[in-house]
Design a protein around this ligand. Structure first.
Ligand code: SF4
Length: 181
């Protein structure tokens, strides 16, 4: 009898509620490690609150949750300079996705994960095509496979709402940066 060893994936987690359905779905095929890297979040107290909730959820469901030791807000602000007035879903957001996915791809390559993935497409406000394109670019650049998906589909978003309620997770009412507040 052969034992199937699951491939590993490093999952970028934007917040605990968005990760619920995505982790459940990916765990069917992968061994999942979470990575909370979101220097876009403002203010810092909100960043820390969402990070803490991701750590708590990771502990509750028994998955490792990696977190960076630095809040790279200055770097994020530099990247989106001049795009403060862009609407949500516009050019500023593409740069914001890219910064977070590139960092995840770099870490996944360094730690020799088989794949990297992202929770971002669970949001009904986010276009999967744009996120998957950025994931594919980062994949090529860093030599690690990207798991492309649109997690909001097939009831994914609805399940994330139900699971968040079940686990009593803090759910914010804005995307994250000062310009979306
Ligand atoms: S609205 Fe959200 S995705 Fe867009 S730049 Fe702000 S935090 Fe990033």
């Amino acid at each position: 009898m052969s034992i199937r060893v699951k491939k590993s994936t490093l999952l970028h987690i934007c917040c605990a509620p968005c990760s619920t359905h995505v982790i459940k779905k990916l765990q069917a095929d992968f061994s999942v490690t979470g990575y909370f890297y979101n220097p876009n979040l403002y203010p810092e107290s909100e960043h820390n609150k969402r990070r803490q909730e991701a750590i708590r959820f990771g502990e509750e469901i028994g998955i490792e949750m990696l977190v960076p030791d630095k809040y790279e807000k200055k770097e994020w602000l530099e990247l989106v300079k001049g795009l403060e007035k862009e609407p949500e879903g516009g050019q500023r957001c593409e740069i914001c996705y890219r910064m977070r996915l590139e960092k995840t791809a770099r870490l996944a390559a360094a730690k020799k994960y088989d794949y990297f993935a992202a929770t971002l497409t669970i949001s009904p406000h986010k276009r999967a095509e744009a996120i998957n394109k950025i994931g594919a670019d980062a994949s090529q650049q860093h030599g690690v496979k990207f798991y492309a998906a649109d997690f909001k589909k097939e009831g994914g978003f609805q399940e994330s709402v139900e699971l968040s309620e079940k686990h009593k997770l803090y759910r914010q009412n804005y995307c994250g940066c000062e310009f979306s507040k």
